[in-house]
Design a protein around this ligand. Structure first.
Ligand code: CP
Ligand code: NVA
Length: 306
């Protein structure tokens, strides 16, 4: 994966189909133990929002590669006392080999990356969650053997997950259907970008009709109805999003061999019922594990192996 060395991953659209396929292939080889790589470098984690999976899976991936991790909690750095991001970026660039940043505004990631020469990874922003989608694609590929031609239906809020899933599915020749309540549709410019990428090869659909969106799909996907930073509107959203809940009734409309994914954390009996997340079609634990394998492949590709 020499082509990825030194690059940033701020949006899933920073990668092309061949590069994603290469990352998934390497992740599979690293997961099975068929390939062992070392990368004795230092990863910095700058997270302005909570995280369990992303923080731990990035850390363990780096440790297993023989590298090290510095957790740069904004509260214990000068970031919380107003040091400009441009200054922080130029300083950390001199110490670290790679950065993963979780933040609100995508423009902060772009600004950081413009001031730092080291690779910068989007570990979730309000706009995108590309690392999650690499793990999601790996999980779908493990279940179905390949990706092109499959249909993934995402139900719920047109949020960062919906945006990155549209791009990821379009890049890999998958059909993607996003079912949201009116006024909660995904980002219009990312929708247009995904449609341009799909360019007639596959379908990128946005609808308010949950049942129609699910019909015959091989992958059902959901996420919290209120993302981090939207806690104040969480209660008001419950009745609005109820028709988009992934439950047994809705699942019956999908393909017989359909799998159910959720990036987690899940709110049981809100966006997904306890029966479905614990049921035989759920693959959420494999999906969460795959964060580590996909990101290990990403880290070693952006940094180069020793
Ligand atoms: N899916 C995901 O990104 O989980 P965390 O918020 O726990 O990192
Ligand atoms: N949409 C969710 C994803 C969490 C992994 C959020 O941004 O909070």
């Amino acid at each position: 994966m020499e082509a990825l060395k030194g690059r940033d991953l701020l949006s899933l659209a920073d990668l092309n189909a061949e590069e994603i396929q290469g990352l998934l292939h390497l992740a599979t080889q690293l997961k099975s133990g068929e390939v062992k790589l070392r990368c004795n470098k230092v990863l910095g984690l700058l997270f302005y929002k909570a995280s369990t999976r992303t923080r731990v899976s990035f850390s363990v991936a780096m440790y297993q590669l023989g590298g090290q991790v510095i957790d740069l909690n904004p509260n214990v750095t000068q970031v919380s006392r107003g040091e400009p991001l441009a200054d922080t970026a130029r300083v950390l660039d001199r110490y670290l080999d790679i950065m993963a940043i979780r933040t609100f505004d995508q423009r902060d990631l772009e600004a950081f990356a413009s001031y730092a020469k080291i690779p910068v990874i989007n570990a979730l922003s309000d706009l995108e969650h590309p690392c999650q989608v690499l793990a999601d694609l790996l999980t779908v590929q493990e279940c179905f053997g390949s990706l092109a031609g499959l249909t993934l239906t995402y139900l719920g809020d047109g949020n960062n997950m919906a945006n990155s899933l549209m791009l990821g599915c379009a890049l890999m020749g998958m059909n993607v259907r996003i079912a949201t309540p009116p006024e909660y549709e995904p980002d219009i410019s990312i929708l247009e970008q995904a449609r341009a990428i799909a360019a007639g090869r596959s379908e990128v659909m946005v609808t308010n009709d949950a049942k129609a969106a699910v019909s015959g799909a091989q992958v059902l996907y959901t996420d919290v109805w209120a993302s981090m930073g939207q806690e104040d509107s969480a209660d008001a959203r419950i009745p609005i999003f109820q028709p988009y809940q992934v439950n047994d009734q809705l699942l019956k409309g999908a393909a017989k061999n359909a799998i159910v994914l959720h990036c987690l954390p899940a709110h049981r009996d809100e966006e997904i019922t306890d029966a479905v997340i614990e049921g035989s079609q759920s693959r959420v634990w494999d999906q969460a594990e795959n964060r580590m394998h996909a990101q290990k492949a990403l880290l070693v590709s952006l940094l180069g192996a020793d």
